[in-house]
Design a protein around this ligand. Structure first.
Ligand SMILES: Cc1cc2nc3c(=O)[nH]c(=O)nc-3n(C[C@H](O)[C@H](O)[C@H](O)COP(=O)(O)OP(=O)(O)OC[C@H]3O[C@@H](n4cnc5c(N)ncnc54)[C@H](O)[C@@H]3O)c2cc1C
Length: 373
C-alpha cells in the first residue's frame, strides 16, 4: 500500500487534489518569488474549494474533517508550494482550532463560518522579542477596562501579519503561567497595526511580521476561555499545530524527492550516474516522516493527548525535510544552483519548519521531559 494517500473521505481527497492541481501548483513559482496572490487570496480560494475549514463541523460551515484529513491537505499543498501551505496551516490549526476547542457557542457562530468560507483569514500571535521558546516570558499586557480589556504589546514573526482579519492573541492578565489569557482580536480594531513583511530566506509567498497592539479595546466577549487559561490554549494549539508543521515538512520533502526522481530518470536516460543509496534513504526517511505524522494526527482524532507524539513527528519530519532538500540540491546539481530551481526553493523553505511552533531544540526538550515524567 502506498503511504502517499491517506484515507480521508473520497470527496475531500478529490477536492484537495483538484485544489492543488488547479490553484496551488500554477501559482507556486510566483509565490516562491514573493509575487503570487496575497495570503487572503489563498484563503479565499481554499474557502471556495470548501477547504478553509477542514476541521470545522458541517453545521458551522466547515468540511467536518479529521486531523488526518487536515494533515493530508497540508502535505498535499506543501508538496506543490510551501508558502501556501504555511498560510493555510496556520489559518486552519493555530488560527482556527483554539476557537473550536475553547470558544463559546457565540464566538463559534460569529467567527467559524466566515473562517471556513475563507472570507476571514486567521493568525496566531504568541511570539514576542522577549518570549519565543520561553512563551511564559511574554510581556503583552491585557488590563481590565470596563466591559473589556486594553491590550498593549508587540508580537513578532507572526504568519500572515498584515493579511489576517482575526488573530488569536496570547497576553498577560496576571503573573506566571496562570496569569496568561487568550483573546480574539480583529485586525480592523483601533490600535491594531502591522509592519512591512520581513525579508525571509524562504517562504517568500507567506507574509511574516510584527503585530502591534496599542491600547486595543477587546470586549470580554472576545476572551477565549476563562481568564488565566491562555497558556493552556497556546499549548493545546501547538500540540496539534505541530502535526500541521510535520505535514508541511513531509510535503516539502516529497516535493524535493519528486524533482530528484524525475531528474535522475533523465540522467539515467543520458547514461549518467545516479546515487541510488542516497535516493533510497531519502524515500525511506520521507515515508517514515509521513507515517509519524499520520500516527500523531490519528491520536489527535482519537482525543488522546499528543504532546510526545506531535513533538516526535515534528522533530523527525522537519529534520528530514531539511536533509532531503539539501541532498536534492546535490543530486540535481549544477542546475539546482539556480536561485529559483524547484529544489533550491524547497531547500530555503524547509529551514523554517525546524524553527516555528517550537524549535527542534525545544522539541527535544519536550520529548525528553515527557519520557522522564
Ligand atoms: C517563518 C516563521 C513564521 C512564524 N510564525 C509564527 C506565528 O504565526 N505566530 C507566532 O506566535 N510565532 C511565529 N513564529 C515564531 C516562532 O514560533 C519562534 O521563532 C520560535 O518559537 C523560536 O522562538 P524565538 O524566535 O524567540 O527564539 P529563541 O527562543 O530566542 O531561541 C533562539 C535559539 O535558542 C534556542 N533555545 C532557546 N531556549 C533553549 C533551551 N532552553 N535549550 C536549548 N536551546 C534553546 C532555540 O532553539 C533557538 O535555536 C514564526 C517564526 C518563523 C521563522
Amino acid at each position: 500500500m502506498s503511504t502517499e494517500a491517506a484515507t480521508p473521505a473520497e470527496t475531500l481527497t478529490e477536492r484537495v487534489v483538484h485544489f492543488v492541481d488547479s490553484v496551488i501548483a500554477p501559482i507556486a513559482p510566483a509565490m516562491a518569488r514573493g509575487a503570487g496572490p496575497s495570503p487572503k487570496d489563498i484563503a479565499s480560494a481554499a474557502g471556495e474549494a470548501g477547504l478553509a475549514g477542514i476541521l470545522t463541523p458541517h453545521e458551522l460551515g466547515g468540511a467536518g474533517g479529521s486531523h488526518q484529513d487536515f494533515a493530508y491537505f497540508v502535505e498535499s499543498v506543501a508538496r506543490a508550494c510551501a508558502s501556501s501551505a504555511v498560510i493555510l496551516d496556520v489559518h486552519l490549526s493555530v488560527g482556527t482550532e483554539p476557537i473550536l476547542l475553547f470558544g463559546s457557542a457565540e464566538q463559534k457562530h460569529r467567527y467559524l463560518p466566515a473562517l471556513a468560507r475563507g472570507e476571514m483569514l486567521a493568525g496566531f500571535a504568541l511570539t514576542e522579542a522577549a518570549g519565543g521558546s520561553d512563551a511564559a516570558a511574554l510581556q503583552t499586557r491585557a488590563e481590565r477596562d470596563g466591559n473589556g480589556y486594553r491590550l498593549s504589546g508587540a508580537k513578532t514573526f507572526i504568519t500572515s501579519a498584515g493579511a489576517a482579519d482575526l488573530y488569536v492573541v496570547i497576553a498577560r492578565t496576571g503573573e506566571g503561567t496562570g496569569g496568561i489569557s487568550a483573546f480574539l482580536v480583529e485586525s480592523a480594531w483601533k490600535g491594531v497595526s502591522t509592519g512591512a513583511p520581513f525579508h525571509k530566506m524562504g517562504l517568500h509567498g507567506s507574509w511574516t511580521g510584527e503585530l502591534i497592539l496599542d491600547s486595543v479595546h477587546v470586549p470580554v466577549a472576545n476572551r477565549l476561555g476563562d481568564e488565566g487559561v491562555g497558556f493552556r490554549v497556546a499549548m493545546a494549539a501547538l500540540d496539534s499545530g505541530r502535526v500541521g508543521i510535520s505535514a508541511q515538512a513531509v510535503g516539502i520533502a516529497q516535493g524535493a524527492l519528486d524533482v530528484v526522481v524525475s531528474t535522475s530518470r533523465l540522467r539515467l536516460g543520458r547514461s549518467g550516474a545516479v546515487d541510488e543509496v542516497t535516493l533510497a534513504d531519502l524515500e525511506a526517511q520521507t515515508v517514515a516522516s509521513r507515517l509519524l505524522t499520520r500516527h500523531a494526527a490519528a491520536l489527535v482524532d482519537s482525543g488522546e493527548r499528543v504532546t510526545l507524539e506531535a513533538s516526535v513527528a515534528k522533530l523527525y519530519s522537519t529534520d528530514t525535510c531539511v536533509a532531503v532538500a539539501q541532498h536534492a540540491v546535490d543530486m540535481c546539481a549544477p542546475e539546482s544552483a539556480d536561485e529559483y530551481h524547484p529544489v533550491a526553493i524547497r531547500f530555503r523553505d524547509a529551514k523554517a519548519c525546524q524553527i516555528y511552533e517550537g524549535t527542534n531544540q525545544i522539541q527535544r526538550m519536550v520529548i525528553a521531559r515527557q519520557l522522564l515524567r
